[in-house]
Ligand binder design. Structure first.
Ligand code: SAH
Length: 379
């Protein structure tokens, strides 16, 4: 066996996208520079999407040389990008090794939403999510999370505070954001920061499968909006769909949501509910959901028609069943939206993001085996 010499792939320089505002000020202090210099550079990076120090014309020559020697602005590399017929745009972004993650832009008449990934793969194994079949490799760095927005903003010609193409961000791409807490909250603070992308708290949403202690921690750490992936209102079914429910069952999850609302009385929580044919789309399921929502009248339910992917055992509910489910909720005064499926001709819809995950959990191998077994049963 030939053992190849380890080749250093990272530079010793610091990636400025890894710093929030305070981090950047501290770094500039280490360089012997005043904090306002950090803020000046921050505006170049996030308002003007500049990654070349040479072009930062109001930064003195000596400082520019110092920056050149010690750091860089390093967004992820676009390996591939593609637009869908409905205007949705997807980026495949290269990480280290052979890993890649995806980010998706979804334009609507009054807003543009960027869906951002938090991990390479995911460890939670939600049964109806295609990312789960790929296993888990690692958490993304702050630079890799905010870098997705940087790349998309640059491509779209986004101008912060003026012509915003990206008006909303949802942490609903690959991964469970609350399992990458520090890097995700730092990246979200850059999304919120006036010297960053300057988005209001209600326009930056973190979606979680329900990590109860981390929901509490999030409410104490940063002001953003919360979405919770519910998908079933009884524990037996939810545990089957979202195995994390075994650890944090519905009652505990709802209690943490209540604590969130108590801390932030003027906000609401969105509960996501993916509708799967014959699994969680029946009138009794709607009744259970109504009962749960009754205690949180200010909250919303977001129904997502299931998006299929190769090898899945689930199917999308019929249009009529979806409508009936929504009507049942609306009639019980539960604020209920139906998420339109976007970008499905480029596999960019919820739960279809795959990227390229070098799995460390052997889940991919198991999934392939199950697929093969399924194929041979069918043959
Ligand atoms: N891990 C986080 C964020 C990622 S998924 C979470 O669980 O919330 C974003 C949303 O898409 C979640 O509500 C997720 O349950 C849902 N989803 C996953 N797979 C899906 C699929 N195949 N069809 C429709 N929605 C899906």
């Amino acid at each position: 066996m030939v053992v190849s010499q380890a080749v250093p792939t990272t530079t010793d320089k610091v990636n400025l996208l890894d710093f929030d505002r305070q981090g950047l000020r501290d770094f500039f202090a280490q360089l012997g520079e005043k904090p306002y210099r950090a803020e000046q550079v921050m505006k170049w990076i996030y308002h003007r999407l500049e990654d070349n120090f040479e072009n930062m014309t109001d930064v003195g020559k000596t400082l520019r040389a110092k920056l050149e020697a010690s750091c860089y602005v390093g967004p992820p590399k676009t390996l591939f990008d593609k637009g869908a017929t409905d205007g949705t745009h997807k980026w495949l972004l290269g990480m280290d090794g052979g890993n890649a993650i995806e980010a998706v832009y979804i334009p609507e008449p009054t807003r543009g939403t960027l869906c951002v990934s938090s991990q390479v793969g995911c460890g939670l194994n939600c049964q109806f999510c295609s990312t789960a079949t790929q296993g888990f490799n690692r958490n993304l760095s702050t630079a890799e999370v905010i870098g997705q927005m940087w790349v998309a903003a640059k491509y779209l010609g986004n101008i912060t505070h003026q012509n915003r193409r990206i008006t909303n961000v949802v942490m609903m791409g690959m991964g469970e954001p609350l399992l990458n807490f520090d890097n995700v909250t730092k990246a979200m603070s850059l999304m919120r920061d006036d010297l960053g992308f300057g988005l209001a708290s209600k326009r930056v949403t973190l979606s979680t499968a329900g990590l109860v202690p981390m929901i509490d921690k999030l409410s104490e750490t940063i002001d953003v909006s919360l979405a919770v992936s519910l998908h079933a209102a009884n524990d037996e079914l939810r545990t089957e769909l979202v195995p994390l429910n075994k650890r944090y069952p519905i009652a505990e999850l709802m209690a943490s949501c209540q604590r969130w609302l108590d801390r932030k009385p003027r906000t609401s929580i969105t509960f996501e509910y993916t509708l799967m044919k014959g699994v969680n789309d029946q009138p009794e399921h709607a009744r259970q959901l109504i009962k749960l929502m009754r205690r949180m009248p200010q909250c919303k339910v977001n129904l997502i028609p299931f998006n299929p992917f190769p090898g899945t055992r689930f199917e999308r509910s019929d249009a009529e069943t979806i409508r009936a489910f929504q009507t049942q909720l609306l009639n019980a005064n539960v604020l209920t939206m139906l998420r339109r499926t976007r970008g499905d001709d480029i596999d960019a819809a919820c739960g279809q993001l795959k990227g390229q995950v070098l799995d460390r959990t052997r889940r991919q191998a198991e999934f392939r085996k199950r697929l093969d077994e399924g194929a041979s049963h069918a043959a």
